[in-house]
Ligand binder design. Structure first.
Ligand code: DGJ
Length: 700
């Protein structure tokens, strides 16, 4: 029996595996059954199940390929032999998705698994996850609990692209050739991490254009993703889930859990076609993509750090309103005793010595200036020097008997404890109820290096912490739908699909030096969408890109970089003279006139920031309905943001994704050209400013 799950431009096909061993992958693409039939075992060192591209399997079922599920019952029985235990169903969900559910079980062990595969005609992503349930009378340890795998067909080796880096260097691409062996990436830090993003691109080795696949994990705790290439196999198996080195999940008798979702996508095209396929899917994770949850932010951090004083903040707020900010966000430093990063995390009450009148005075001030008011919090953090820690030292993540370690002079609260979760939610609820706050920046500034023991004594601390993080975000969204949430973890330390589904914008990096930022944004946009990409104009220099010959990037350059996503300003506006502020205001106005296309249009990157000149093209429609969460193919308005190192040769951008027969005109010019001509001959960037440009084309 075969099951067909339609995607936007093709289908994903699975069949029943021999001897009831679950589901086997058949094909993925525009036509069904294009993959070759599964092969039979040829030697006594491989069982037939070893060679099959199974959709999900357990240790105990086969032993050449890695398995997604590794379990151990309390009496020492290890592994499971999963077999189909009921009817495999294929149904249409309310939102039009096709949803397959395969019930599998090992009756001897007492474990059941419901494997889910879901596709939607609006996008090309295939989602997989599994519900595990302990039917036995003893505990079952889940040593690895992953929800399925993608068998990526690549004959003759794969070229793998990863995104990783470090604090301030997030979303840097790395490539690896994988012909045989296992490539593994992940985080043991209790958060998604700066080190690796949980997403890979896999393509047949050496191909620039052709079929390529993306696989991404939606999980924000410690995780691992493995790409397993067995010699002579015709596919690379990609699977991922909670990290199996730093944690074990334990299922008590009768208990269950649902694994994080693994998303896979297949495109025929180049890296930007793959980016578009991801963005189209991610549009279904967002509650909206309109300006109501991605306002122009003014954020105090780089201007004032911990020196938060009412009068000074209000002075900044006046300048922010003048340049067109829509929300004024007071960052770290507003609460009792927080005058440096050495103290006070956990004591979430306004420091009335420095903020007489409390947060209300600041919120009122911002509102009177026509802006919303926003606040920074780091709810999971606690300083050793805080009233909270003095009252509840047992609330910090720790391993019994092992001395705690500070990072940035702070500990992390064990959010997986029900009392801590309740306190965190209660604290945020109080802040949002007592004050007119409609923007919350949720930060997290260290890894959970002291994790190792959970509230109930097991080593599932990261899992519990992460589930509580989701519950608090979900509760806030339900109770305070007007509050925009910006996710941050010392920059881009916690960005993944699960975070995208629960927050509105993310802060990709603490690096705001404009050329460095451009490189980070280039990597970001290849797998994540522009409507989430918070980006601020600051006065900070680049840390990495020390191109002294080109001199510092201009103010215009910095604005155009920030306009590539969700524009914000983080510079000390009081240090800017009146003409600079007027200039800034004109850029904010320009951005507001095009942000709809930037946030909802199709993204295409022309060149890379390592080139002498590069551009990003957004193709969409100013009138597109944002309630239609899919990314449409409208090509009515085109925005091109371009940057260069001064003095280099002109840049010609070959515009893609336009309607070939439609006629387009650059705003402010007379020439009218067809989409076909703009693609074939390109559009010469005129460099309105010394090192950047913004070109807008309209269909006429
Ligand atoms: C790290 C964030 O990424 C910054 O934007 C700022 O909020 C600081 N934390 C504050 O401590």
């Amino acid at each position: 029996m075969t099951w067909i799950l339609p995607t936007r431009s093709g289908q994903y096909v699975v069949a029943e595996a021999p001897r009831g061993a679950g589901l086997v992958f058949v094909g993925w693409g525009p036509s069904a059954g294009e993959a070759t039939a599964p092969v039979a075992a040829t030697s006594s060192f491989e069982a037939d199940l070893d060679l099959l591209p199974l959709e999900a399997t357990a240790l105990g079922t086969r032993n050449v390929h890695g398995a997604e599920l590794v379990v151990r019952r309390a009496d020492g029985v290890r592994g499971a032999r999963l077999a189909v235990s009921g009817e495999i169903t294929l149904e249409r969900d309310d939102d039009g998705a096709t949803h397959l559910v395969a019930p599998l079980a090992d009756d001897v062990l007492g474990l059941s698994v419901r494997l889910h595969i879901r596709t939607h005609p609006g996008h090309d992503v295939v989602e997989k996850w599994a519900d595990l349930h302990n039917d036995s009378g003893e505990s079952i340890e889940v040593l690895r609990g992953w929800g399925g795998a993608f068998n990526v067909p690549v004959d003759g080796g794969a070229s793998v692209e990863l995104l990783g880096g470090a604090w301030s260097r997030e979303f840097t691409p790395f490539t690896a050739e994988l012909a045989a062996g296992t490539l593994s990436v992940g985080s043991r830090q209790g958060i998604t991490s700066h080190t690796y993003s949980p997403v890979v691109t896999v393509a047949p080795a050496g191909a620039d254009f052709g079929v390529r696949y993306g696989v991404a994990l939606g999980y924000s705790g410690s995780w691992r993703m493995a790409l397993d290439a067995v010699p002579f196999a015709d596919h690379v198996r990609v699977s991922a889930g909670p990290d199996d080195e730093s944690g074990i999940l334990t299922l008590a008798p009768g208990a269950g859990l649902t694994t994080p979702t693994l998303a896979g996508v297949r495109v025929e095209g180049d890296a930007d076609d793959l980016a578009h396929a991801w963005h189209t899917y991610q549009a279904t994770l967002a509650r909206t993509r309109g300006p109501e949850h991605r306002p122009v932010v003014y954020n105090s951090w780089f201007a004032t750090t911990f020196d938060i004083r009412t009068e000074h903040q209000l002075e900044l707020a006046r300048a922010a309103a003048q340049v067109g900010a829509e929300v004024f966000v007071v960052d770290d430093g507003w609460f009792r005793g927080r005058t440096s990063d050495h103290a006070a995390l956990g004591d979430w009450e306004a420091d009335t010595d420095r903020i007489p009148g409390g947060l209300g005075a600041l919120a009122e001030g911002a509102k009177n200036l026509g802006m919303r008011f926003g606040l920074w919090v780091e709810p999971e953090a606690v300083s050793p020097d805080s009233d909270l820690y003095r009252a509840h030292p047992e609330w910090a993540h720790h391993v019994a008997g092992r001395p705690l370690e500070t990072l940035r002079h702070q500990y992390v609260l064990d959010l997986g404890r029900p009392d801590v979760e309740e306190w965190v939610l209660g604290t945020l609820r109080r802040l949002l109820t007592e004050n007119d706050i409609t923007y919350l920046k949720w930060d997290m500034n260290r890894s959970i290096a002291d994790g190792g023991q959970s509230a109930v004594g097991g080593d599932d601390w990261s899992w519990r912490h992460t589930q509580a993080y989701y519950r608090v975000l979900d509760a806030l969204r339900a109770e305070f739908p007007q509050v925009t949430v910006e996710a941050c973890a010392g920059g881009g330390g916690r960005i993944d699909h699960a975070v995208l589904a629960r927050t509105d914008v993310v802060w990709p990096s603490d690096e705001s030096g404009p050329r460095d930022r451009l490189a980070i944004q280039h990597g970001f946009l290849g797998v994540l969408p522009a409507w989430t990409m918070s980006s601020w104009v600051t006065d900070l220099p680049d840390q990495l890109d020390r191109d002294r010959a080109s001199g510092p990037a201009s103010l215009e350059f910095r604005f155009v970089v920030a306009m590539a996503g969700v524009l914000g300003i983080g510079a000390d506006l009081l240090a800017w003279d009146a003409p600079t502020r007027e200039r800034a205001a004109s850029f904010v106005e320009l951005y507001r006139s095009i942000r709809h296309v930037v946030h909802t249009g199709r993204v295409r990157r022309h060149g890379t920031p390592a080139d002498a000149a590069c551009a990003v093209q957004y193709t969409g429609s100013e009138g597109a309905d944002v309630s239609d969460l899919g990314l449409g193919d409208a090509a009515d308005t085109v925005v091109v943001l371009a940057w260069r190192r001064p003095g280099v040769a002109p840049l010609t951008v070959h515009l893609r994704d336009l309607d070939p027969d439609a006629r387009y005109q650059v705003r402010g010019g007379d020439e009218v050209r067809t989409g076909k001509e703009l693609d074939r001959d390109g559009l010469a960037v005129s460099w309105t400013w010394r090192d950047c440009d913004v070109l807008i084309l309209d269909r006429v």
